[in-house]
Design a protein around this ligand. Structure first.
Ligand code: HEC
Length: 139
């Protein structure tokens, strides 16, 4: 009897804790895409000499957008050619990085959404990331 009660209490406590945790995540201490772009990406993707796909350059982004959100997000996260992993900003979460990618792609005509809380999209990004890491290890 007491054990059942304790078990029920524990279950309820855990449920409310995880609710609180997801509410905190949704409200987010995470930076939004524009902020991340300005702080961590604009140095290369903004105006300047670096040969990166530039913010707002539809031509440069068209092919990347066609590759798909999960693909180029994962490739940028892992690093690709002259693009350092995470843009060299290890403090970024994958959600923040993905928000910045969506922000840049949308500035070039895409209609990508914020993947935060979208388990399907985040799952596809993680799968592509794993594929990419395997490929790079084989190269
Ligand atoms: C030090 C310079 C530098 C910084 C900082 C940087 N990038 Fe890049 N990025 C590049 C370059 C250069 C390329 C082009 C790579 C190539 O195709 O050779 C690139 C390409 C990309 C691509 C395309 C990847 C693909 O699949 O071809 C994405 C997405 C991307 N960057 C996202 C970001 C985001 C988001 C940030 C900020 C968090 C960021 N980058 C910060 C230099 C940078």
């Amino acid at each position: 009897m007491t054990r059942t009660f304790a078990a029920r209490l524990t279950t309820r406590l855990l449920a409310s804790l995880s609710l609180a945790a997801s509410a905190a995540l949704a409200a987010g201490p995470l930076q939004d895409g524009e902020q991340v772009y300005r702080d961590a990406c604009a140095a290369c993707h903004g105006p300047g000499p670096v040969d990166a796909p530039k913010y707002g350059d539809r031509e440069a982004w068209a092919e990347l957008i066609a590759e798909g959100q999960h693909v180029i997000t994962a490739h940028g996260w892992v690093g690709v050619r002259a693009m350092p992993a995470r843009g060299g900003h290890d403090e970024l979460s994958i959600e923040e990085f993905a928000r910045a990618v969506a922000h840049m792609a949308n500035a070039a005509g895409a209609d990508w959404r914020d993947p935060t809380g979208d388990a399907t999209l985040l799952g596809r990004i993680r799968l592509e990331e794993a594929d990419r890491r395997r490929q790079l290890a084989l190269d």
